[in-house]
Structures are given as C-alpha cells and as structure tokens.
Design a protein around this ligand. Structure first.
Ligand code: GDP
Ligand code: ZN
Length: 493
C-alpha cells in the first residue's frame, strides 16, 4: 500500500465549535512526517507510543505554560485516517481552550509550513492517499449530515464500501468483456464467431441487468439522503397551514381564519419511514388586486413548479351550502354540492388550480375539514388524466383524522421501495453517472446485435460505460469535481 507523502502539513479543530466534554485538535503531517517527534516534544513534552493513548500536558509553545491536560495519540503513516502521520490532541472541549491549543500547534509547526486545513481536507487526503474511494469519502459527509436514522445507517454502509463494491463488480465485468472484444478486434473476419462462442451478448445482458439493480438501490439511497419536496397548494383558508402543523405535530405555520395570511414560505422537514419530506406551506392561490399578495402567489407557483409532490388542498365544507358559510372567502366561488366519485371535486377555482398544476408532478388531492361534514377519512385512487391527481385523501387537519392515510399516500408517492435495510446512500451525481453508464451499455447492445464491423463501436461503448462508473468511485474524476465535493465538508473532517 504505497502512500505518497507529497502534501503539506495541516491542522484543524476536528470537533464541533461550541462547548463540549472533549475537543480534538488533529494534525496530518503530509510530507513532513519526520517532524512528528519535534511536535510531540513541543506540545506534550515527550514522545508518544504509536497508537496508544497517553495522558499528557498540552503546552503553549510560546509561553511554555500548560494550557490543558488530555489524551494524545500518534498514528505513524500509513496507518491513519489520512494515510499520513497524524497527531491528535484531545483536550477539554471549550472554544477558547481549543483555539489556544490550535494556535500552539500552529506555532510549533511554523517552520514546517503547518497551516489550517480547508473544509474536508483530511478526507480529501484520505482519498488522494487511497484510504477511501470517492463514494466512501462522500459517505463520510453524508453520515455527518444524515437527517434520519435510516440515512445514517445507509451512509455508514456506503462508508464501509457497500456501494463501491457493487460498482467495482460491474467494472470488473466490463473489463473482462472489453478484453474479450479487444482481443477480437484484430481478427475482423472471425469476430462474429468468436463473440458467439464467448457469449459476449449474454454477458453484456447480465451486466445490464446488474446495473439496473444497482440503479434501483441507488435511487432509494438518494431518496434517503435528499428526501423529497412536498408543496401544499390551494385556495386561501382551505387549511394548508393547519395541515403542515398536523403533519409536523407542532405549531409552526401561522394559522388564522383570515384569508391570505400565509404570505411567506414556511418549510418543515418530517420523515415517513426514514424518508425525509420537506413540506412547504404556500400563500393561498386566488384572484387578487393586493400587490403584496400577488407576489406571494407568484412565489407559491414557483414552489409548485419545483415540487416533487403537490398536495392540492380543498375545503370539503366549502362544497356544501350550509357549512360553506364557515369559509367565507371561498364562499363566493362555491359550486353546487360536489363531486360524484371520480369527477373533479371542489369549486371552479379549485378546478382552475388543478388544471394549472404541472403535469409531470404527482398530485394528491386532499379534501380537508371532514369534521364539519361528518364524512369519514378515506383514500381513493383517481385517474390522473381526467382528475389531475393520482389519489384523493379526505381528512381533517384539525382533528387529525385521516392524517395516517395521507402519510401512507405520501410514502407511496415517493416511490420508496419500502425497506431501508441494506440500502447504501447515494447522491444525484451517482444517479447521473449510473444513468449514463446504462445508456452506453444499451448502445453497446445495439451494436452487438448488428452486422460485422460494429465491433469497435461495441468496444467503445463498453469503455465509456466503464469510465462513467469510474466517476462514482473516483477512478476517473476531475480536480474541479473533487473541489466541489470536498468544499462542502465541514472543517476538520
Ligand atoms: P390556509 O390559509 O390554507 O393555510 O388555512 P389555515 O390552516 O390558516 O386554516 C384556515 C381556517 O380553517 C382556520 O380557522 C383553521 O382553524 C380552519 N381549519 C383548518 N383545518 C381545519 C379542519 O380540518 N377542520 C376545521 N373545522 N377547521 C379547519
Ligand atoms: Zn396558511
């Protein structure tokens, strides 16, 4: 395991800022590994046995005072997180004492060129020194940022190499196939027989099937990591803010009986079965001459355009002449008691809204305030082509009746495979690379089905597919991409 030690020495506080029981200052020495002895002497006043915890004083190298006492660790290269020689000082986790310790380390390492680490630089070193591949390095950040337990578990699985192993297996298959094909390229008159004998097409079909499987799992992993944006849309006063609160189980959005009060976006993240759902409340949609309200409504439509799922809320009470009086602003547009099953429910204004919702986004129609009409909570499928929504859920945001049905419908609308066991975490970047690889393999299959002479095209598509898969683990990556990935890490990681 060859570790190249070409990088300069870096230091950072590795623990979160603020107060904590313990704080850690970490140094990765890069090419200056031999200077570890001098640094240990300067800070701890002695040499540290490799990979053993030693209780030592930490000195301020400028004044010679003892700043703190704690545990010091010495990991000689290559057996460390970064693969370089690493020193770690674990002191008391106060912001001032950590700053003092950091400053003392910088002073002790001044002649070596020891500098503050950039965000993610320790992990970037680990990647550059072959301790982690790129998918694993990304999983480090995903584990730290995980917003649900399921996301944390799957990030941990990716970090352990579960995703990378699947990619490597695909790449190995492609390499075998490429070797086979490229060996044949020199003998064009024999190529067809040869490929038949070696079952090149059968092997390609198996790689395509395996890639399809990995894509399904990666989609689930990306869902766990990023979640989906669910936008609440509807006329003023139908109960959007109340529904947000009912879903989140807290008083977040302002709920008022005055139409047009939700002028600014309110967002709350909930989780259903480990999938984070970012629920966005919006200003009610209606005709208005109020300039401020118009801006709010324009923002609502922007949010709706970007939604992964839209909840179109209707006021069931407003459909019936008697209880419709309770929702005065909607009253004017009231329609005859609505909705034989399957027909577009709600008022003309609701149908106008429904018609304007983006076609490509799944819409759930939510009929609210059933407590006022006495109807029971219900969930029924609709015909998207006719109804503009895939399902209708009747509920009461006030009493909570039917909220469980909505949660189930939301989970179905995410396309989640349900189980989060054994899932690895994935990012949009990975999904794109997998999709591109799949396209190249499909093209390869087309060439393989063709006449003689297409073999070089077949070989080229295999090469391109391999390259796209290699972007996931970092076998093929540009410095720009690395910069983007690691700059989003926190400092000290
Ligand atoms: P928004 O304008 O769509 O956000 O509507 P709000 O959530 O502010 O609610 C408007 C009014 O309807 C408030 O007075 C709510 O208390 C009331 N409301 C909301 N949901 C229900 C419900 O399920 N049942 C009843 N009876 N009233 C509701
Ligand atoms: Zn509101």
């Amino acid at each position: 395991n060859e570790i190249s030690l070409e990088y300069d020495p870096i230091v950072a506080i590795a623990t979160a800022t603020g107060q904590g029981g313990i704080g850690v200052v970490r140094i990765s020495l890069g090419r200056a590994g031999a200077a570890a002895a001098g640094l240990m002497q300067a800070i701890a006043g002695r040499q540290l046995t490799p990979r053993q915890a030693s209780y030592v004083p930490f000195h301020d190298v400028e004044s010679g005072d003892v700043l703190d006492r704690g545990i010091a660790l010495h990991f000689p290269a290559p057996h460390s997180y970064t693969g370089e020689t690493v020193l770690e000082f674990q002191g008391h986790g106060g912001p001032v004492v950590m700053q003092l310790l950091l400053r003392s380390c910088l002073a002790a390492g001044r002649e070596l060129g020891l500098r503050l680490a950039d965000p993610g630089e320790f992990t970037r070193r680990a990647f550059l020194n072959d301790k982690l591949d790129l998918a694993q390095a990304e999983a480090v950040a995903d584990l730290i940022e995980a917003s649900t337990e399921a996301a944390a578990r799957s990030a941990s699985r990716s970090l352990a190499g579960a995703f990378s192993a699947r990619i490597e297996a695909l790449v190995d298959e492609l390499i075998d196939l490429r070797m086979l094909v490229e060996a044949t390229l020199d003998f064009p008159e024999e190529e067809i027989d040869f490929l038949e004998a070696a079952d090149a097409r059968g092997r390609l079909a198996r790689v395509i099937a395996a890639l399809h499987e990995v894509r399904g799992e990666a989609r689930q992993g990306a869902l766990l990591r990023d979640g989906l944006t669910v936008v609440l849309a509807g006329q003023p006063n139908v109960g959007k803010s109340s529904l947000l609160n009912a879903l989140a189980g807290a008083e977040l959005a302002i709920v008022t009986p005055i139409a047009g009060t939700t002028r600014d976006r309110v967002e709350q993240t909930i989780q259903i079965d480990g999938i984070p759902l970012h629920i966005v409340d919006t200003a009610g949609l209606r005709e208005t001459n109020d300039e401020v309200e118009k801006i709010g409504i324009a923002r609502s439509w922007q949010a709706i355009e970007k939604a992964d799922v839209v909840l179109h809320l209707l006021d069931r009470a407003a459909d019936s002449p008697v209880s419709g009086m309770l929702s005065a602003p909607v009253d004017a547009q009231r329609m005859p008691p609505a909705a034989a099953p399957g027909s577009a429910a709600g008022s003309a204004a609701d149908r106008e809204i429904a018609a304007r919702l983006p076609d490509a986004t799944p819409v759930l129609r939510v009929v609210n305030k059933i407590d006022l009409t006495g109807s029971l909570p219900a969930r029924r499928p609709l015909d998207p082509a006719r109804d503009g929504a895939i399902e209708e859920i009747s509920l009461s945001a006030r009493t909570g009746d039917g909220i469980a049905l909505l949660r189930a419908a939301l989970l179905d609308a995410t396309g989640s495979r349900g189980d989060t066991q054994g899932v690895f975490i994935a990012r949009e970047r990975h999904l794109q690379a997998l999709a591109a690889a799949a396209t190249h393999l499909d093209l390869a299959a087309e060439h393989a089905a063709l006449r003689a002479g297409a073999l070089d095209l077949f070989a080229e598509e295999l090469r391109l597919a391999q390259q796209r898969l290699g972007e996931i683990t970092g076998a093929f990556t540009s410095d720009d991409l690395l910069g983007v990935i690691f700059s989003r890490f926190c400092i000290g990681k």
